[in-house]
Design a protein around this ligand. Structure first.
Ligand code: PLP
Length: 415
């Protein structure tokens, strides 16, 4: 065995990291909080809360414009945050990182800008049946405007992309494949590099929705083989209202602006305007500066941990949850993806998922119940929704035990 790398971070201890997240000490009624709704949004470590507060307390000013110290400091923090994101994504350059409000806005940007410029009647966009509404509806909107067609890629009973069906759908009509790295409803980890390779075979672009993936795995946009990658700050331990679109430079250069306003222009006259260079061409208006600073703090926090150990810890939580689930006869998992991350979706007998969620909440266990903004996937399984437990790096096996104690109670009350 080789000696440990001298710079390797200290071994990962979920109990110790819990101390970094003040909200985890909260109580729900007279019970401690077991927060298992991380796919909706993750909690924030103190370093993120402090970075946002310090920004407003000490440095707040508008960026890029004013000739004073605070503006210089705000601009430096804002652009350093962009550089941090570029490192996080292994982006070849900082200019390919565009700030958005989140994954939703990033996908809307690509659909409206790239789609509006390139899609023609007869063209096709493929999106898997497991996509979040954010990776379906923007494509429907642009298809309605351009005459292109949005075609679903089927999902199997296991909750995996049907790769044979995907291959059959790929032909020269397909201009873009929209695929989630990890399903927010089932936890399925999609074979994105393989899907991207196949898409390239017919000359299609690939947009990866990284809203769930970025929280669980180190990201490398080149290894994924994608042309666009979108993620949200609030799901990777950062603030809400900030997110990122990453794109290949030549595509971004050729795309028209998404919104007009300040910052995105080079010159403006009533005769016509010219556009700023990347990334500012896509950043009209005053950005969410504090959000960017907070997101950078979150990414630094994540990168300060032993990521391999975090991945292993989250895999252990999921394996343990599946083991415990097998002991509860009333519990029916929805989907059984062979590659999964951080999410366990299920039904309890014929109880309505919302009722299960309410009982769990009364016992201090926070989960999500419903369609998870994935109605086509729910329709695929013929169900209105599921109960979803979703994990973050600070969750523990004890919390999984609390989930199952609460589910036993829900069985008594509801079945
Ligand atoms: N895509 C997936 C897979 C998601 O899980 C979510 C949020 O739940 C989104 C997109 C939308 O993210 P946001 O609401 O942060 O824009």
């Amino acid at each position: 065995m080789s000696a440990p790398h001298p710079l390797r971070p200290a071994a990962f201890d979920p109990q110790a990291v819990r101390e970094d997240f003040p909200i985890l000490a909260r109580r729900v009624g007279d019970r401690p909080l077991a927060y298992l709704d991380n796919a909706a949004t993750s909690q924030k470590p103190r370093v993120v809360i402090d970075a946002v507060a310090d920004y407003y307390r000490l440095h707040n000013a508008n960026v890029h414009r004013a000739a004073h110290l605070l503006s210089d400091e705000a601009t430096a923090a804002f652009e350093e945050a962009r550089a941090q994101v570029a490192r996080f994504l292994r982006s070849p350059s900082v200019e390919q990182v565009i700030w958005t409000r989140g994954t939703t806005e990033a996908i809307n940007l690509v659909a409206a800008s790239w789609g509006g410029a390139h899609l023609r009647p007869g063209d096709r966009i493929l999106a898997t049946e497991m996509e979040h509404h954010s990776n379906i509806v923007p494509w429907q909107l642009i298809c309605a405007r351009t005459g292109a067609e949005l075609v679903p890629v089927p999902v199997t009973e296991r909750g995996e992309v049907d790769l044979a069906a995907y291959e059959r759908l790929l032909d020269e009509r397909v201009k873009l494949v929209a695929v989630t790295q990890v399903s927010n409803a089932l936890g399925t980890v999609n074979p994105v590099p393989e899907m991207a390779r196949l898409a390239k075979g017919v000359g299609a672009l690939v947009l990866v929705d990284g809203a769930q993936g970025a929280a669980h795995f180190p990201v490398d946009v080149a290894a994924l083989g994608c042309d666009f990658y979108a993620f949200s700050g609030h799901k990777v331990y950062g603030p809400t209202g900030i997110g990122v679109l990453w794109g290949k430079r030549e595509l971004l250069e050729a795309m028209p602006p998404y919104q007009g306003g300040g910052e995105m222009i080079e010159t403006v006259s009533f005769a016509g305007s010219t556009w700023n260079r990347l990334p500012y061409k896509f950043e009209a208006g005053t950005p969410h500066i504090a959000g960017a600073v907070g997101l950078a703090a979150a990414l630094r926090y994540l990168e300060g941990l032993d990521r391999e150990a975090v991945v292993a810890h989250e895999a252990d939580l999921l394996a343990y949850t599946r083991e415990r689930a097998a002991e509860l006869p009333a519990l029916r998992p929805v989907g059984e993806p062979r590659q999964a991350a951080g999410i366990f979706s299920f039904l309890l007998g014929d109880a309505h998922p919302a009722d299960v969620g309410t009982v769990l909440d009364q016992l201090g266990v926070a989960v999500r119940a419903g369609h998870h903004c994935a109605q086509p996937l729910m329709a695929r399984f013929g169900i209105p929704g599921t109960v979803r437990a979703s994990f973050a790096l600070y969750n523990t096996r004890e919390e999984v035990d609390r989930l199952f104690a609460a589910l036993a109670k829900a069985c008594d009350l509801l079945l």
